[in-house]
Design a binder for this molecule. Structure first.
Ligand SMILES: NC(=O)c1ccc[n+]([C@@H]2O[C@H](COP(=O)([O-])OP(=O)(O)OC[C@H]3O[C@@H](n4cnc5c(N)ncnc54)[C@H](O)[C@@H]3O)[C@@H](O)[C@H]2O)c1
Length: 254
């Protein structure tokens, strides 16, 4: 039987870290038959383990070179997964620095804009699709999450929906995945922020977070990656402009 993504060429950003959501998406797209180019920051841990290239999504020139190379090598681009992201800042709004705001928006929001500008012309040709990794914190205010992160992920959801609307009649789909709490290095950072804010240990912060999740546990990166395979595939040809929570029933916040 044909695999779901046979013959598709995919680009995944933030793909390197061995425990990351991006790496799990690379593996899942490949298992579904796609050829995947994964990119991450120059020198990022794990980058040499994947068919990938260094590319900083905040640098438009570096994205142009990357996309030109993909088109030269494969002749097409069908799937773009904008997964690169940073989590930084503090749970206390007044303790978030200008640099936290600037870096968070440069990577989480403008990074997606930069990649979309360069790839959309190719996606129109292939009638492809884009998946943006947003967050449950992009749908509601979640306790302990820095406001710069939450605001950036709301922006990702808004950007996804606006692009979905603009490009619907050219048959390019745009969807967002909104993970809740997922076992990655970023969760380690997030638990540290919660622990500091609540003056509790990391273990207590983990317990605090788990009690908010109806399924009683954080997710695994693979569980997010399976949603990406579905959205990228021909099983989702009528799905666009969606911000899909993959969060174990975690209802998000306000
Ligand atoms: N882990 C969670 O609980 C969780 C929850 C909701 C959303 N997310 C989102 O999922 C995505 C993946 O996060 P993760 O948890 O796997 O953490 P991660 O830190 O392992 O992955 C993020 C990756 O993005 C890369 N990156 C950062 N800046 C970049 C840049 N300028 N250019 C290219 N790559 C860059 C990092 O090097 C890293 O490999 C992020 O967008 C994150 O905001 C994570």
């Amino acid at each position: 039987m044909d695999k779901l993504l046979n013959g598709r060429i995919a680009l995944v950003t933030g793909a390197a870290h061995p425990r990351g959501i991006g790496r799990a998406i690379v593996n899942a797209l490949q298992a579904a038959g796609a050829t995947v180019v994964g990119v991450d920051l120059p020198g990022a841990e794990g980058l040499s383990d994947i068919d990938g290239a260094p590319c900083d999504v905040t640098k438009p020139d570096s994205i142009k070179t990357l996309v030109d190379n993909i088109i030269e090598r494969f002749g097409q681009l069908d799937i773009v997964v904008n997964n690169a992201g940073v989590g930084r800042g503090a749970a206390d709004f007044m303790a978030i620095s200008d640099e936290d705001w600037d870096v968070t928006f440069a990577v989480n929001v403008r990074g997606i804009v930069n990649v979309c500008r360069e790839t959309i012309p190719h996606l129109i040709k292939s009638q492809g699709n884009v998946i943006n990794t947003a967050s449950l914190a992009g749908l509601g205010a979640v306790p302990g999450i820095p406001a710069c992160y939450s605001a950036s992920k709301f922006a990702v959801v808004g950007l996804t929906k606006q692009l979905a609307l603009q490009y619907a009649d050219q048959h390019v789909r745009f969807n967002a995945i909104c993970p809740g709490s997922v076992e990655t290095q970023m969760l380690d950072v997030s638990l540290k922020i919660i622990a500091e804010a609540e003056n509790i240990s990391i273990a207590e912060a983990r317990e605090f977070e788990s009690t908010m999740i109806p399924m009683g546990r954080s997710g695994q990166p693979e569980e997010i990656a399976h949603a990406a395979v579905y959205l990228a595939s021909g099983m989702a040809t009528y799905v666009t402009g969606v911000a899909l929570p993959v969060a174990g029933g975690f209802p998000g916040g306000l």
